[in-house]
Design a protein around this ligand. Structure first.
Ligand SMILES: *Cc1c(COP(=O)(O)O)cnc(C)c1O
Length: 350
């Protein structure tokens, strides 16, 4: 979801942005109008995430999937191995891509438990010679989230924050690199946010394309080539919306309540189930199954009729998944629970 206030503002400004006579989509990315939009968006993101001054914020294309390659290409820095924590499907994709560039040491994996928990820090086998440690703070498909930041000492920490960025405050100074596809919790698809510590920029592996070198984008204010201007603009409206709502502390309070209410309902139910260990359940993506999977199709059909859409679980795991990103209001979660209660009543075999 995007906040409805943001969509309405975009609609109002669609054909004529601030009496410029142009839609944002029609502006030159180097014109003063778009530059003002771009600068405000960056300033607002820096403010809400409290990004330290020695970090660059980049507005790129290519999605988080491009970052799976860009991270090793830029951060190996002459080393030949990197540590990865494997907590599910997105970790696996990042690992598969990194293996093209270096030796990947799987320092910890949730695979034996079918990715329903995060291996405790005491069991991690981190390699002090690794170029970096990569992890996925929120596994969007499995609904497994880290509620702590791993301690990696001097080794830079990289996080694929695609589905958890802006859901709560985070200490950016603990990371070397944070990246996120915008389409989960920021704005429209087509924009990728990168937050990178200054000293890690430059000296990518030989043969790195210009567009895959962080330095290219850092030196050019993310305008080496045409950036995804409209997505950048909408992201800016979302940052402003978050500021007006009280920032990430306020987001966290609402998100914690939304997730807590839904998990509580599922746990007390004799009809629905969530497989994830309670201490690592996602605030953003809540997968659940029906004890009788034969009812899955009926559940999806009837929930859709009730106005509750996009509840189908990822094709790889089946079942249901409620994604309750920042823009989902608490009333949305209440409506889902009311529907789930009603559906149980009609379908439970007593
Ligand atoms: C959606 C998602 C991705 C893939 O993002 P793209 O922008 O489609 O490449 C990667 N990692 C996580 C955690 C995601 O949720």
């Amino acid at each position: 979801m995007l906040p409805v206030e943001v969509l309405e503002q975009a609609a109002t400004e669609m054909t004529d942005w601030h009496s410029s006579g142009m839609s944002v989509m029609e502006m030159s990315h180097r014109g003063k109008e778009f530059v003002s939009i771009a600068e405000k968006a960056e300033a607002d993101l820096r403010e809400i995430m409290a990004v330290p001054l020695n970090y660059k914020v980049l507005f790129l294309q290519g999605g988080a999937s491009s970052q799976f390659a860009m991270a090793p290409m830029n951060l190996l820095k002459g080393k030949n191995s990197a540590d990865y924590i494997n907590t599910g499907q997105w970790s696996k994709k990042a690992i598969a891509e990194a293996k093209r560039y270096c030796n990947v040491n799987i320092a910890a994996t949730g695979e034996p438990g079918n990715f329903t928990s995060i291996p405790p820090g005491s069991e991690w086998k981190l390699n002090s010679g690794a170029a970096y440690v990569h992890y996925t703070p929120n596994e969007t498909i499995g609904g497994v989230e880290f509620h702590f930041i791993p301690e990696t000492g001097e080794v830079p920490l990289i996080a694929d924050m695609s589905s958890t960025i802006l859901s709560r405050p985070v200490d950016v100074s603990k990371f070397g690199l944070i990246y996120a596809g915008a389409q989960k919790n920021i704005g429209p698809a087509g924009l990728t946010i990168v937050i990178i510590r200054d000293d890690l920029i430059g000296e990518p592996i030989p043969g790195t394309p210009v567009m895959f070198n962080y330095k290219t984008h850092a030196d050019n204010g993310s305008m080496y080539n045409t950036p995804p201007t409209y997505a950048w603009y909408i992201a800016g409206l979302v940052f402003d919306w978050i500021k007006r709502r009280g920032g990430l502390e306020a987001m966290a309070a609402v998100n914690n309540r939304k997730a807590g209410t839904l998990y509580d309902f599922i746990d007390k139910s004799d009809f629905y189930k969530n497989p994830v260990a309670p201490e690592c359940r996602s605030w953003m993506n809540v997968p659940f199954t029906l004890l009788n999977p034969e009812l899955d199709g009926k559940f999806l059909e009837e929930s859709k009729k009730a106005g509750l859409v996009a509840l189908k679980g990822h094709r790889s795991v089946g079942g249901m998944r409620a994604s309750i990103y920042n823009a989902m209001p608490e009333t949305g979660v209440d409506a889902l629970i009311a529907f789930m209660q009603e559906f149980r009543k009609k379908n439970v075999k007593l």
